[in-house]
Design a protein around this ligand. Sequence first.
Ligand code: UDP
Length: 143
Amino acid sequence: MAVERTLSIIKPDAVAKNVIGEIYSRFEKAGLRIVAAKMLHLTREQAEGFYAVHKERPFFNDLVNFMISGPVMVQVLEGENAIAKNREIMGATNPKEAAPGTIRADFAVSIDENAVHGSDGPDTAAQEIAFFFKENEICPRTR
Ligand code: UDP
């Protein structure tokens, strides 16, 4: 298994619920290291750019409005199989279908306010990390 990096966002609903630390703890318990992080209040342009792949979907405007409704916490997670591992601990997109003990099952209420984002593959991970972080803002663990 290769060491990978993935982009994670704690969305405005979870930041408002004050569970950043609890979600970080889930990452760490899964063996994922936080190697870059920043809190941001996204602009409409940033949110539209980040979710550009969904711009023809019926939920696009609501998604953008939700993502700019409050601050988000954006982080790069690093670890073995980080992309799939993060998706696994996040749970299904719809929290009602998310496995018990996953982040979305525990902290999200609906498909449109579902607590976290995680890259879904190596290409999107690279693209999404570059959307938020310069290479010199990422601190790989050396010890
Ligand atoms: N989304 C939504 N309504 C839907 C489907 C998706 O609001 O019917 C939002 C939801 O916040 C989701 C995001 O759009 O997390 C991106 O959708 P995707 O299918 O990529 O799910 P994810 O990768 O986040 O699990």
